[in-house]
Design a protein around this ligand. Structure first.
Ligand code: DGY
Length: 317
């Protein structure tokens, strides 16, 4: 019987595969983010960690687990919170949750595309605060989504799920990836994609090459009528540069679900006009979050059984 620590509370049934296999599952009874020392302690005393993107699983935590800890299963598709190189070094397998949150995250990206383009937040805010004094032909004039050109930066499973939705809106779909996808709409040059899109939606993982991929220069290439949507990772966008672009009306609007220093949001972004801000809820449906926890648990279970999980992001020894 192995000992598994889940660092935070998970949706009901999420840890069931591990319990059903008879393992000793330690589940947090509150939903607090553990401190670095508590994470190191959990790593030291567990065969598996089931963790979340709010847990910084760095070299120190992994080193504390070295010798006993066999697997870190992240309940997220992104795993930039984990030092994967260190995990490799200590022979600890890292798993994530690919494939189960694509449609739900694409739904949310589309919600932001629509809400930001049609100024839904500003309009609702006025209505709720009693500032709406009746219909006016010049009020809340947004931008059409149907028929617009959407530029997808990154074209993995989530980008492709957004593309399917965009086609239903009669949009012209472009996508940028480093390697030719061979799919119509591929644009090799990010600058060109930014210049020609009415809506730019980001779907790249966070890495050293994608940090601040969209900064002041890139924003200045976008049309002043364009909308930026980020459901990927906050640091892919320079938040201050985005706030300035919105204030100066050099981009039209933004829909943002992820932030550079979560849970902090850049104060200028909080007050920037024509901006829809959501607290990182891209995968946030009951069905999807439950499935994510189950997939992470299944990955941990496979490692503990000496098998190769299909959702491993690190080399399996
Ligand atoms: C992920 O999985 O990486 C999302 O950001 C949270 O669902």
């Amino acid at each position: 019987m192995a000992r598994i620590t889940a660092t935070r509370r998970l949706p009901e049934g999420g840890l069931e595969p591990l319990r059903a296999a008879g393992h000793d599952v330690i589940e947090s009874d509150d939903d607090r983010v553990l401190s670095a020392a508590e994470l190191a302690d959990a790593a030291r005393n567990s065969d598996a960690l089931v963790c979340l993107l709010t847990d910084r699983i760095d070299r120190e935590v992994l080193q504390a687990g070295a010798g006993r800890l066999r697997v870190v299963a992240n309940v997220a598709v992104g795993y930039d919170n984990i030092d994967v190189a260190a995990a490799n070094e200590f022979g600890i397998i890292v798993c994530n949750t690919p494939g189960v949150l694509d449609e739900t995250t694409a739904d949310l990206a589309f919600l932001l595309i629509l809400a930001a383009s049609r100024l839904a937040h500003d309009a609702e805010d006025d209505l709720r605060k009693g500032r709406w004094d009746g219909w006016g032909i010049m009020q809340y004039l947004g931008r059409d989504v149907h028929g617009a050109t959407i530029g997808l930066v990154g074209y993995g499973r989530i980008g492709q799920a957004v593309a399917r939705r965009a086609r239903g809106f009669d949009m012209n779909v472009l996508h940028h990836t480093r390697n030719d996808t061979g799919i119509p709409g591929w644009e090799s040059n990010l600058d060109r994609l930014l210049e020609s899109s009415d809506i730019v939606s980001l779907h790249v993982p966070l890495s050293d090459t994608t940090r601040h991929l969209i900064g002041a220069r890139e924003l200045s290439l976008m049309k002043p009528t364009a909308v930026l949507v980020n459901t990927a990772r906050g640091p892919v966008v320079d938040e201050e540069a985005l706030a300035i672009a919105l204030e100066n009306e050099t981009v039209f609007a933004a829909g943002i679900d992820v932030f550079e220093r979560e849970p902090r949001v850049h104060p200028r972004l909080l007050t920037a006009p024509r901006t829809v801000l959501l607290p990182h809820i891209g995968s946030g449906s009951i069905e999807t979050r439950t499935r994510m926890a189950v997939v992470a648990s299944e990955g941990a279970l496979a490692v503990l059984a000496g098998e190769s999980p299909t959702n491993a992001v690190t080399r399996v020894p």
